[in-house]
Ligand binder design. Structure first.
Ligand code: FES
Length: 663
């Protein structure tokens, strides 16, 4: 596949129809954009070939990198790329108006009128399309041409557009050398040459200034972060300006290295949080600090080491000097934020669940031993409550919860599930303790979403399993668990109360599957995978009756949460225009299965959208735009936190929500 001839930049072509997409809203497609229906289940694989052209290289002299990503069907090629740190040209942020996000896709894809305006007939014939208008409903090969423009607006967030205005600024200046007639101080000489900013010097910069000025023949670059002069560098280094966005999860930590000049992600890496030995959830980590006076220090060190290792990894992958990273943003829940700062988390773990501060101060990245520029700052997101933390505020920022006028429900599914509901005017939020089921905890064959985990299941005359890594199934991850239960409810082997039906009924209801319903000891189980024909059920990957109960409790906690928030705003299910499923688990959940088990409101699956790693996206936004950063702080005033546990109706609602009557 070859890139198309460069077409002149189209002027923004604003058509009210095109503006339907604000955030990851209604897919921007016109009715002709994607006639291929999908039922919201399974995964599709996108094989990206990303071309890169070094400055000065002629067309045709590109280098290429291959990336394979798996996403739920229906996500656009543009969002699939964006979630995975693959940059595609854009100035409209995926709104379908800039006509820049040109990619070549394999096979035949529907042609929208925007494609017809952007490409020649032969380009259309050879698969060129606008990435934000192609929904991935099947496996695709996608060729991404080299970036042609430096976007003025970065394409981060859930399809949101951010006007680039990072806190990190650089100014290259060429100064007159001092003489006996001109004995102005080095600092005055430098500041006088910077006409559009009035930075205050810090001591580190002053210590370096005389030497760097003279070594650089008075041609230097001033590095300014939030109005503070933090460094001077010899020569012109304005082309190198980076930052790292961290999503500091309890389980997984993700780092994205951003080029602040172009606003694009240049490397992404993730790893398990090194705090794992202290327990899988926030409560066990808080308990560790209560039982052992040294644990807080060790937990802080483990978090900092995780961040530092990822910082080194993304810098190495992108070939960037870690000292060119001048700022980092950290989005984490309230416990993770307290632990990485070395703040005692105990009050977060016991009633009345109080945070030390809702607005953590920024600190020097050096104090966290991150190994980036010595004067780089680490900025944190504010938190709404002990269990609706900075990661959710970042996610709300990325998904535009405070800007969209439609009624939207945001659910970040995890051990602690955060729920936000906005009717376009008021925003309410709450947290629901869902327990570890979605992360494979407390599940007989549960495991994390790693190689060998069953992630999708379809039951019919046979059992179709989607396994991560295409290897022998070893266990069941959260999305596989939800699929398993939803499919068993669908075929009738599980009744609405969550019980496996009696043996005799099973034979009649699902003759092709009933022999998979068996016993391990005293417990009924459904065999999902047998390593060898006739294998002992104890050797197989199974779903047990107790697993179903665990999932019931988890989903009931979550659905009680959004039910009470709907009541709070006087809304019904049908009023919800969009459900955003966030977080690493939420994004990979089958929308159809989530509806069937009642984890989300009973809505058409196309209204249920995987939102990706929104906490990480929010962290990127805060680094790319000081305006967005201020927006995150404003959310503290705009969102009302609703405590559910003291509601008199909580227990009744919870019991109602235990059944599988979603559809
Ligand atoms: S048209 Fe602008 S990103 Fe697709």
């Amino acid at each position: 596949m070859t890139p198309p001839e460069e077409l002149p930049d189209a002027l923004p072509d604003v058509d009210p129809d095109d503006l339907r997409r604000e955030g990851l809203v209604v897919p921007p497609a016109s009715p002709t954009a994607d006639p291929v229906p999908h039922d919201g289940t399974g995964r599709v694989e996108l094989a990206f070939t990303v071309l890169d052209r070094s400055p000065g290289a002629a067309p045709g002299q590109e280098s290429s990198t291959e990336r394979r990503v798996r996403v739920p069907p229906g996500v656009t090629v543009f969002d699939s790329a964006s979630w995975n740190g693959i940059a595609i040209d854009s100035t409209c942020g995926g709104h379908g108006t800039c006509h820049k996000c040109k990619v070549q896709v394999s096979g035949s894809s529907p042609i929208t009128r925007h494609d017809a305006r952007t490409f020649s007939a032969s380009e259309l014939e050879s698969g060129w399309r606008l990435a934000c208008l192609v929904q991935a409903t099947r496996d695709l090969e996608v060729l991404v041409p080299p970036l042609t423009t430096r976007p003025k607006a970065a394409t981060v967030g859930v399809g949101r557009q951010v006007i680039l205005r990072p806190a990190v600024q650089k100014r290259y200046v060429e100064l007159e050398e001092p003489t006996l007639e001109d004995q102005a101080t080095d600092l005055d000489r430098l500041l006088a040459a910077i006409t559009d900013l009035e930075p205050r010097p810090d001591l580190h910069a002053l210590r370096r200034l005389p030497k760097v000025l003279r070594e650089g023949d008075f041609k230097v670059t001033a590095v300014i972060v939030d109005e503070e002069l933090v460094d001077v560098e010899p020569g012109d280094t304005t082309a190198t300006r980076c930052a790292i966005a961290f999503d500091l999860g309890t389980t997984t930590v993700v780092a994205t290295l951003l080029d602040l000049v172009t606003g694009t992600p240049v490397a992404v890496a993730s790893m398990l949080n090194r705090q794992q030995p202290f327990g899988g959830d926030v409560i066990s980590r808080i308990s560790a600090t209560m039982m052992d006076p040294d644990a807080l220090g060790r937990l802080q060190t483990a978090a900092c080491e995780t961040l530092a290792e990822l910082a080194a990894q993304v810098c190495a992958e992108a070939g960037v000097d870690p000292h060119a990273v001048y700022e980092v943003a950290i989005a984490g829940n309230a416990t993770m934020t307290a632990l990485v700062l070395g703040i005692d988390p105990e009050p977060l773990g016991v009633a009345p669940f109080v945070m030390t501060t809702a607005l953590p101060p920024s600190v020097l990245a050096e104090d966290l031993h991150l190994g980036v520029h010595p004067r780089a700052r680490a900025v944190f997101f504010p938190a709404l409550g002990a269990y609706v933390g900075g990661d959710i505020v970042a996610g709300m920022l990325a998904s535009g919860m405070d800007r969209d006028k439609r009624t939207r429900l945001f659910i970040d599914v995890g051990t602690n599930c955060e729920i936000v509901l906005s009717d376009g005017d008021r925003i309410v939020s709450t947290a629901a303790p869902a327990g570890p089921a979605f992360e494979g905890g407390a599940i007989r064959c549960g495991m994390r979403a790693a190689d060998g985990a069953i992630e999708t299941i379809r039951l019919g005359d046979t059992v179709e399993l989607g396994v991560i890594g295409d290897v022998e199934p070893r266990g069941l991850c959260g999305s596989g668990l939800v699929d398993a239960v939803a499919e068993l409810v669908k075929v009738g082997l599980l009744d609405a109360s969550g019980r496996f039906v009696p043996e005799a009924d099973a034979k009649e209801i699902a003759p092709a599957l009933h022999d998979r319903l068996t016993m391990i000891g005293q417990e009924r189980v459904f065999v999902l995978h047998r390593p060898t024909p006739g294998a002992d059920p104890a050797e197989c990957v199974v779903l047990s009756q107790r697993d179903v109960r665990e999932l019931q409790f988890a989903k009931a906690a979550i659905s009680t949460g959004w039910t009470l928030l709907l009541e709070e705003l006087g809304l019904e299910h049908g009023d919800i225009a969009q459900v955003l499923l966030a977080g690493s688990f939420g994004s990979y959940l089958s929308a159809a299965s989530a509806v069937r088990i009642g984890l989300v409101p009973k809505l058409p699956v196309l209204r249920i959208v995987a939102a990706g790693n929104v906490a990480g996206e929010g962290a990127k936004m805060a680094l790319l735009s000081v305006r967005e950063r201020a927006g995150a702080q404003a959310l503290l005033e705009e969102v009302t936190y609703v405590e559910l546990s003291d509601r008199p109706e909580f227990n009744d609602r919870f019991v109602e929500q235990l059944s599988f009557n979603g559809g």
